[in-house]
Design a binder for this molecule. Structure first.
Ligand SMILES: C[C@H](O)[C@H](O)[C@H]1CNC2=NC(N)=NC(=O)C2=N1
Length: 219
């Protein structure tokens, strides 16, 4: 039995690279790439012909804390047009709900994250805090003025629409900004929340100089 490689993927969509491309490919996270980078689809590699010709035995594990709902479909689905991943992802609700592109799922079947996964992922998002009930993450800051607050939230809005995943946004006292993220469909946190949070952190902010002095520089 030919030994194949071992690949770290976050959802079945990474197999076969959806879009009708049923070739023998896998997009995976090398050990040298940090989870926070992978959440932004950075540092991923595509390995072609990752399965050898002829009969193979594939072992699939969702790992100690990975969601079974993400691994099971990959086991049950027969390879089909568009690759195993597209069929499997459809079972996880990704393809059915095209509006949400991040992580490929935003429906009632969206796998929630375990407490351990939430704590691991939020540790790579220093601007964000976990709600007391563990069901959402928030980012708060004071902007320079109303225009700065609105400019930021307008960019958040454009990002949310392009990703099909939407935060709750607030402006109080004309420039205090708060962004809350959770996955409404499951009433809790899932991968899309952390991916969107990382992308929100890439938006330039004009902070209140006083707030910035009190809270330290923001990257
Ligand atoms: C139909 C629509 O795509 C879905 O309701 C999407 C929209 N944006 C979403 N955003 C968030 N945060 N959670 C969701 O469950 C969600 N679902």
């Amino acid at each position: 039995m030919l030994a194949t490689g071992r690949y770290h993927i976050d959802c079945a969509e990474r197999i076969g690279i959806p879009g009708g491309d049923a070739t023998n490919k896998i997009q995976h996270k090398p050990l040298t790439t940090l989870p926070a980078q992978a959440m932004l689809d950075e540092g991923l590699e595509v390995t072609e012909n990752f399965l050898p010709d002829g009969p193979v035995t594939i072992g699939i594990t969702s790992g100690a804390s990975g969601p079974r709902t993400a691994a099971l479909p990959a086991m049950e689905e027969k390879p089909a047009e568009g690759g195993l991943a597209v069929k499997a992802a459809a079972r996880v609700g990704a393809v059915q709900d095209k509006s949400c592109k991040i992580g490929g799922c935003c429906g009632k079947d969206t796998p929630g994250l375990s407490r351990e996964e939430v704590l691991e992922r939020i540790s790579s998002l220093p601007n964000w805090t976990l709600s007391p009930d563990g069901a959402s993450i928030s980012r708060c800051f004071v902007a320079k003025n109303w225009a700065a607050a609105m400019n930021f939230l307008n960019e958040v809005s454009t990002l949310a629409e392009s990703e099909g995943h939407h935060p709750d946004v607030h402006i109080t006292s004309y420039r205090n900004v708060r962004v809350d993220l959770s996955t409404h469909a499951i009433g809790g946190l899932s991968l899309p929340d952390f991916v969107l949070a990382a992308k929100v952190d890439e938006i330039k902010v004009e902070y209140s100089p006083k707030w910035l002095k009190e809270h330290g520089p923001r990257e």
